[in-house]
Design a protein around this ligand. Sequence first.
Ligand code: GLN
Length: 243
Amino acid sequence: MSQNALRLVWIYPDLLSTYGDQGNVLVVERRARQRGIEVARVDVRSDEPIPTSGDIYLIGGGEDRPQRLAAERLRRDGGLNRAASNGAIIFSVCAGYQILGHEFVNDLGKREPGLGLLDVVSVRGEGSRCVGDVLADIDPRLGLPPLTGFENHQGITRLGATARPFAQVRFGNGNGTEDGTEGAYQETVFGTYMHGPVMARNPHIADLLLRLALDVSTLPPVDDRWYEALREERIAAATETAS
Ligand code: GLN
């Protein structure tokens, strides 16, 4: 593996990888390789230190207890915060998204500090869990097609002044707030409630991360037929259920 390989870090596969979130790392890796980009993938278990020299970090969702354990270990480790201050690209899903914020409510009902990499705060929703398919429009500044995904969470996430909503829901809950926002981002740190896995349903997000990592504005096209078929099928099914 050359020194110039793109360093892709998948955080805590042993704690945070519900609903196929592992698919995200596979899609980013594959879409890089299809462009002839060499990739060095590192899967970091929760008893290992987080490398600080990664280019792209991915973190998935999880049940409430593993989420607390992951937050404790990530805080103690400090590597992800150092990577972020070096300008790393970080993409997080659900429990991972909540952990990147200032705080969330843990499995013991207590406020648990997050990493403070996103200006968001999560609480436990009072109502029923947010479960089901979601369709949302991604912030036009990011120039991506609509977001399709599956959500399953009790948490509600509110954005502070420095975080931008990642998307605006057409249907589904997303952040679970009245303003209809879904996910958040600031600079190169992203969070979403979408599983699916979200990259398989939205390969353009994987491409966005690659473009940011390589500092290029376009990438050579790749065959998107299977992704498009999946998107069409999921969007049609979800639209039918919603109407
Ligand atoms: N435990 C969190 C919640 O319910 C995250 C769940 C998840 O990652 N799917 O809000």
